[in-house]
Structure formats: C-alpha cells, structure tokens
Design a protein around this ligand. Structure first.
Ligand code: ATR
Length: 270
C-alpha cells in the first residue's frame, strides 16, 4: 500500500509542499501519496488522529498549527523542544507521535549550499516571533561568532535571546541597538508582507555579506532590494522551503533528495 503523508494548514491550498514532495518521491522512487489537508481551526489534534487512523504515516504542519502540533506530540526532538513548535509529525510503530522541526536545519542547509560560512560569522537576525525561535537552535549549532536578535518590540528579542544563552553568543534588543557590521543578516520578521522595512543603519553589512529573507516571492522583498543596494548578496527563502521539506522527507523515508533541481523548478513557476 502507498504510504500517506500530508501538510496540515489553514488555509493550505497555496502550499507548495505537495509539489515538492511529489518531486522528491519521483526522484527517489519512493511510493508515497502527499496531499494538502485544511484542518479545522478548533481541532487540529482530531485532524491528525483521523489522518493517522486512516493510514497516514507522517505530516508537515504549517500556519497556524505548529504550536498545537508541538503540544500533541508524545516525544520531541531537542530542536523542536527549543522551538516550541513542530513542522514534522511522524507516527511511530507504537502508535506514538514524534515531532520535529526542520525549518532551522532547512535554513542552515540553504545557506551552506549557497556557500555562506556560518562558523565565526557575525550574524544579525531581524524579528523575535515564532519563525525566528524556530531556527535559532540549528543556527547557533553552527557556532557563529555572535548572533544579535533585533526586534520592533525590544523586550521580546531580549527574552528570546535569554532562552538560548546556553547555546552561544546570543543577545537581543531593539533596532536602535543594532551595531554592525555583520557578515549575515537574516530577516525573520513578517514586515515584508506589509511591504515594510525595519529601520536599519546604512552601514549594516561587512564586505561580502549576505542578506537572507525567510520570505520569498516572484519579486525580491523590500528588505532584499534594500540590502542589495548596499552591497549585500540577496538570498530569499525559497531554498529554505525546499530544504526543510527535504529534511522532513529524510525523517520519513531515510533518503535525501537532491534539492537544487526542485528549487529551480519552483523558481520558474513563481
Ligand atoms: P511569525 O510566526 O512569522 O514569526 P509572529 O510570531 O507574529 O509571526 O512574529 C512576527 C515578527 O515580525 C515579530 O518579530 C514582529 O515584531 P513585534 O514582535 O514587534 O510585533 C515582526 N514584525 C511584523 N510586522 C513588522 C513591521 N511592520 N516592522 C517590523 N517588524 C515587524
């Protein structure tokens, strides 16, 4: 029987995950069926229970269910525990649900794949919401020289940094506390959605710096345009999307698909 997987979201019709996993399955010869399921806002746990009772082996979880997915898991990876969120569910043979989050490792793999050195780098992360919390453990595991979290609400960045102090050189504050230069600046705010740009100094980037936006689209985000005009190399989050999917696929099937061709195919369709 074909093993079933899905992505849960609300809304979920726009999700690229079914396309990505179909491409991975074709490439690796794995016989899986992967669909998008719109779970009810008030009963995510029920949706997962039903799916797994009907032969579902695992799932991806997207907005707005990542925290609820975290709460229903019987066991968690360390990075999911740190993130307080889960984007990958796996049904164990014992009927227990294991949760992981692959967003951070997806970000790191995309950066490394584009030749961005993280070890010893001076890193600035913009934002202190769920998206940023979700990537901090894998980022810090790469041993950057320093990581500053800057957020509109300064206290949130300081609090988030404190939660990760044991893992490395991480501090947090408001945008007014940003002091460059940085080798890597990652935008993890949702400001791009509103076409906004966080207030940032002009001398933010070290020579050869990279600007990464966790968002992506047919056109570069406001942040990436601003950064490119100041000499940084712009990278958007499409690669992170494909890499996080590849890591989920690996967790489920034990095979690592090639990501670059899938990313390029998606890029052309944006
Ligand atoms: P997500 O799951 O995408 O991280 P979130 O938890 O709501 O969503 O966090 C959104 C992040 O984007 C926050 O860091 C938010 O800043 P505040 O904590 O001050 O609210 C940031 N953000 C959203 N809109 C912004 C804007 N127009 N300018 C700057 N930061 C913005």
């Amino acid at each position: 029987m074909t093993d079933r997987y899905c992505v849960f979201g609300h809304p979920v019709a726009h999700s690229k995950s079914p396309l990505i996993h179909a491409a991975f399955a074709e490439q690796t010869g794995e016989a899986i069926a992967y669909t998008a399921i719109e779970a009810p806002l008030d009963d995510f746990a029920g949706a997962w229970r039903r799916f797994s009772a009907e032969g579902g082996r695992g799932a991806n979880v997207t907005v707005p269910f990542k925290e609820e997915a975290f709460r229903l898991c019987d066991t968690l990876s360390e990075r999911a525990r740190r993130a307080g969120a889960v984007n990958t569910l796996i049904l164990g043979g014992n009927g227990l649900t294991y949760g992981d989050t692959t967003d951070g490792v997806g970000l790191v793999r995309d950066l490394v794949g584009h030749g961005v050195a993280l070890r010893g780098a001076r890193v600035l992360v913009l934002g202190a919401g769920g998206a940023v919390r979700g990537v901090l453990e894998p980022l810090l595991a790469e041993a950057p020289a320093s990581l500053f979290l800057a957020n509109r609400t300064a206290g949130k960045a300081a609090g988030l940094a404190a939660d990760f102090h044991d893992l490395g050189e991480v501090e947090g504050g408001g945008f007014d506390a940003v002091a460059g230069p940085f080798d890597l600046v990652i935008n993890g705010t949702s400001a791009s959605l509103a076409g906004d740009l966080p207030p940032l100094p002009d001398d933010l980037f070290a020579p050869g710096a990279t600007a990464y936006d966790m968002m992506y689209g047919a056109e570069p985000t406001v942040f990436l345009r601003w950064a490119a005009a100041r000499g940084a190399r712009p990278l958007d989050g499409l690669g992170m999307l494909v890499e996080q999917a590849a890591e989920s696929f690996f967790q489920w099937r034990g095979k690592r698909p090639a990501t670059a061709p899938v990313r390029e195919r998606l890029r052309q369709a944006l």
